[in-house]
Design a protein around this ligand. Structure first.
Ligand code: XMP
Length: 512
């Protein structure tokens, strides 16, 4: 395995992700418990992350000396490079001007890190983000690549198998970064690269058992992939100690609530409480038109219903959530330990604090696409695992204006037609999210010689890698007109269909 020592970089988890992609198991330990983790794991290599501190500060974090003395390969990245160099006898100075963003390095010498990848004399794009820089190498190191702002962009002590990069190989803006990290963990550290999600599953199952013991766990299912994968994994670990609560707000897509119930109850045999709260939610939404008021009501009501059900079940010690890494912003302050802030997860924000239960969050380290791989590993059907993201407040935020049962039903039908056409055209997996929106606008039309005065439906489809930015999906006109025709013919209440051409930014993906 590989130990990743975290000095508080926002992208430490990306290092872990790249190491997983290279087929190698790793664990992240905050710098102040790294010595312990190192002794316990006996890793075949160590990666020191970047971080917000400066080695010039008196109390800035350090790597445990034992790591350098153990004879294992070490790769220092950015702050990790600087502390490594200073701890091993080199020198670092505060730069007057840092380097931030895209930079180019020139390869000066071959080294094991570059094997099969970079050759002497070549220039390669990398991503830099640093203020301080190394000004004098520690004994035994030599420069193997330089950049304009960092004469010691990559340095190596091949005899001790120590490597240090000023740039960040873990980010996508360093195009060869994943391969450099793979070189380090496989070629330099000698790890086989045969670690898979199957082993992640086994490790997490052991972790969950150790955390929960004989305790009882409740898990809120949203119908989405994340909470489903978390629930199935936890069920595999502790069986009937887990009870799932599915708060069905009546704002799901066509047929999805039924699918969730049958998948969990029948296929997996998981204890599932299905709370049909449609009336309660629609009742509360009556008269609400402001997007934030709608969201707040749904979030609050979700918590209220969940709490009531939890009280009925009684006595659970743990609350399980499908929190993913992007939901978690981790930072390590340089004086204390890691401090963790959770972005209020739209669906269950505020639940943990209110319920006074310990959290079980087995997916915290994973990114969305990795959760999908794990879901497949756990036997969840492809169609479920590959589903587009769906927002916690459901169709309510795709019906601008007042939400009523009638409007939900109309939207469900139009959405189902649209998605069916997308699947038939083989485009579903090329699109991040596609959905219909029912507008609070009526327009005049003519059908069979009769005047119509009905609602407008907008179609949205975007590509994205993380939902943070998005571009529209460029359907051809024939496809869009086929969908429009079908929706108008098959869905009573809609007589006009338009396509949303707005990227994000400036638009958001959802309309509210
Ligand atoms: P926006 O509309 O902000 O959406 O561009 C970005 C991504 O987040 C999803 N989304 C939500 N997901 N609860 C969720 O679980 C929510 O309240 C929520 N609002 C937006 C949205 O579908 C898109 O994938």
């Amino acid at each position: 395995s590989i130990l990743i020592v975290d000095f508080g970089s926002q992208v430490t988890q990306l290092i872990a992700r790249r190491v997983r992609e290279a087929g190698v198991y790793s664990e992240i330990a905050p710098f102040n418990s790294a010595a312990e983790a190192f002794a316990r794991m006996q890793p075949k290599g160590v990666i020191l992350s970047g971080g917000p501190s400066s080695v010039m500060w008196d109390d800035s974090p350090r790597a445990p000396q034992a790591i350098f003395d153990a004879g294992v390969p070490v790769l220092g990245i950015c702050y990790g490079q600087q502390t490594m160099m200073q701890q091993l006898g080199g020198n670092v100075e505060g730069g007057e001007s840092g380097e931030f963003g895209r930079a180019f390095i020139e390869v000066k010498k071959s080294c094991a890190l570059f094997d099969g990848l970079w050759n002497e004399g070549e220039r390669h794009q990398v991503w830099m983000s640093h203020g301080d820089k190394v000004t004098q190498l520690a004994p035994g190191f030599e420069v193997v690549a330089t950049s304009e702002g960092a004469p010691f962009a990559v340095t190596a002590n091949e005899a001790r198998r120590f490597y240090a990069t000023q740039f960040h190989p873990e980010v996508v803006h360093t195009p060869d970064g994943g391969k450099l990290l793979a070189n380090f963990v496989r070629h330099v550290c000698g790890l086989a690269g045969d670690w898979t999600m199957a082993e992640f599953r086994a490790t997490k199952i052991a972790d969950i058992r150790a955390q929960v013991g004989e305790g009882r766990v409740i898990c809120g299912l949203s119908g989405g992939v994340d909470s489903a994968v978390a629930a199935v994994l936890i069920h595999e670990a502790i069986g009937d100690q887990l009870t799932c609560v599915f708060v069905d707000h009546g704002l799901m897509r066509l047929g999805e609530a039924e699918q969730v119930v049958s998948l969990f109850r029948e296929h997996y045999g998981i204890k599932l409480v299905h709370v049909n709260a449609e009336e309660r939610f629609l009742g509360g939404l009556a008269g609400l038109t402001d997007p934030e008021k709608k969201r707040k009501f749904i979030g609050g009501e979700f918590i209220a219903v969940f709490e009531e059900e939890a009280a009925t079940i009684g006595g659970a010690d743990f609350l399980a959530q499908g929190t993913l890494y992007p939901d978690v912003i981790e930072s390590v302050s340089f004086t204390g330990g890691p401090s963790v802030t959770i972005k209020s997860h739209h669906n269950v924000g505020g639940l943990p604090e209110r319920m006074n239960m310990q959290l079980v969050e087995p997916l915290r380290e994973l990114f969305k696409d990795e959760v999908r791989v794990l879901g497949k590993e756990l036997g969840l059907p492809d169609i479920f695992v590959g589903r587009h993201p769906f927002p916690g407040p459901g169709l309510a935020i795709r019906i601008p204006g007042e939400v009523t049962k009638d409007r939900c039903d109309i939207l469900r039908k139009a959405d189902a037609v649209y998605l069916e056409e997308i699947r038939n055209a083989g485009l579903y997996d090329a699109i991040w999210q596609a959905f219909a929106v029912l507008l609070p606008v009526r327009t005049v039309g003519v059908m069979g010689d009769l005047r119509t005065y009905d609602s407008v439906c907008a179609l949205r489809a975007v590509t994205s890698t993380d939902g943070m930015t998005a571009d529209i999906y460029p359907f051809d006109a024939a496809f869009l007109s086929r969908v429009a025709t079908r929706i108008i013919n098959e869905v009573k209440g809609i007589n006009r269909v338009v396509y949303d051409f707005t990227s994000k930014p400036p638009g958001t993906i959802e309309w509210e």
